[in-house]
Write a protein that binds this ligand. Structure first.
Ligand code: PLP
Ligand code: COI
Length: 340
């Protein structure tokens, strides 16, 4: 056992040994620096502070039975960060630099990748911020890319168990042509009131409809939605949701299991027809949905009759986590294996 016992971990920040940094200056990325400080020196007029010129990513490293560490689909996180960079007028981070920094920060903190068996993992948080001063609303000329790691347990209470969700009609996290497709802090700031309301009302998470018509499903807090019916995996197509790498992977696994996959607008009423449903994401993994309450419309959609995860959610969960922890063959080449 090369890691540590992560069975009591919650999803949160835990200090580790090192982070890695790279600065963008004079139109180019510099060398990768290693730091043991949790602090960043920052100009008070930095664009990230005033105008939200920042982006982040989230991915995980998993320790297997063989003690090796596996990083899941980091090239996809690099691609998504590049898309966010284009959307926020920040310099794109090359995939090679991104993957080198992820590998380095995991390797430097190898002892913080929890041991196999507890379900705990090492969450990797890349952060890109505009650091140079601006007072007019313009992009910065200098940037910092930083990556830290933190060992984490389950994002939702109970790990792989069903949870209730609440439709939010009072708040939107993003606009139809806004920044919802990018992983930027502003979307999460905009989600805090809805999330707080959902928690205060006893729900696990808020559930968003499309901001324009409030007719179609968008996503579940910081996770995408999928529903299962008639051997089909259905997931919303929308211009205001984050393209989830977990969802993309589940679509492939559903196809591998002989299911059809539909990525299209999903009217809220269609919730009545699903046999099972789940929220999916790096942090959430798959969080099967027990029910979704549309409180203002006085309507409840039940997605698990016995309160337990359904068979398809369970199969998808076992297959995905099996690949991530190295228990199931990685036929799609999703995993980077590190012997650390
Ligand atoms: N949707 C939102 C708003 C998120 O923050 C996340 C988390 O990253 C996801 C969906 C799931 O995306 P992924 O599977 O790439 O983690
Ligand atoms: C993730 O799943 O990586 C997320 O981004 C969730 C997070 C905002 C805590």
């Amino acid at each position: 056992m090369k890691g540590f016992d992560g069975s009591n971990l919650k999803f949160g920040y835990n200090k580790t040994d090192f982070n890695v940094r790279c600065e963008y200056k004079d139109g180019k990325w510099g060398d990768i620096q290693v730091s043991d400080s949790e602090m960043i020196p920052l100009h008070m007029a930095a664009t990230c502070l005033h105008y939200g010129q920042e982006a982040f990513e989230g991915l995980k490293a998993y320790r297997g039975k063989d003690d090796k560490v596996r990083i899941f689909r980091m090239d996809k996180n690099a691609e998504r960060l590049q898309s966010t960079c284009r959307g926020m007028m920040m310099p794109e981070v090359p995939t090679e630099l991104f993957c080198e920094m992820v590998t380095k920060v995991v390797t430097l903190n190898a002892k913080w990748v929890p041991d196999y068996g507890s379900g705990a993992t090492l969450y990797i948080r890349p952060l890109l911020i505009g650091t140079s001063a601006q007072v007019g609303v313009h992009p910065a000329s200098e940037y910092l890319l930083l990556m830290f790691v933190t060992p984490v347990g389950p994002y939702f209470k109970g790990g792989f168990s069903t949870n209730p969700y609440m439709v939010t009609r009072q708040y939107d996290r993003s606009a139809p042509l806004g920044t919802g497709i990018y992983k930027v802090g502003g979307n999460y700031g905009a989600s805090m009131k809805a999330n707080d309301l959902a928690h205060k009302m006893g729900y696990s998470c808020e559930f968003y409809l499309d901001a324009k018509e409030k007719k179609y499903i968008d996503e579940c807090g910081a996770a995408n939605f999928f529903g299962i019916k008639d051997n089909t995996y259905v997931t919303p197509k929308s211009t205001s949701i984050l393209p989830s790498i977990t969802n993309l992977s589940l679509q492939q696994l559903a196809e591998d299991l002989g299911m059809r996959v539909e990525c299209r607008q999903v009217p809220i009423e269609e919730l009545e027809t699903f046999e099972e449903a789940g929220a999916c994401g790096t942090a959430a993994v798959i969080s099967p949905i027990e029910r979704i309450d549309d409180v203002e419309m006085n309507k409840t959609y039940v997605l698990s009759k016995d309160g337990k995860p359904g068979p398809i959610c369970t199969k998808l969960y076992e297959t995905l986590t099996g690949i991530q922890f190295g228990d199931i063959e990685d036929t799609h080449n999703w995993v980077t294996v590190l012997d650390i």
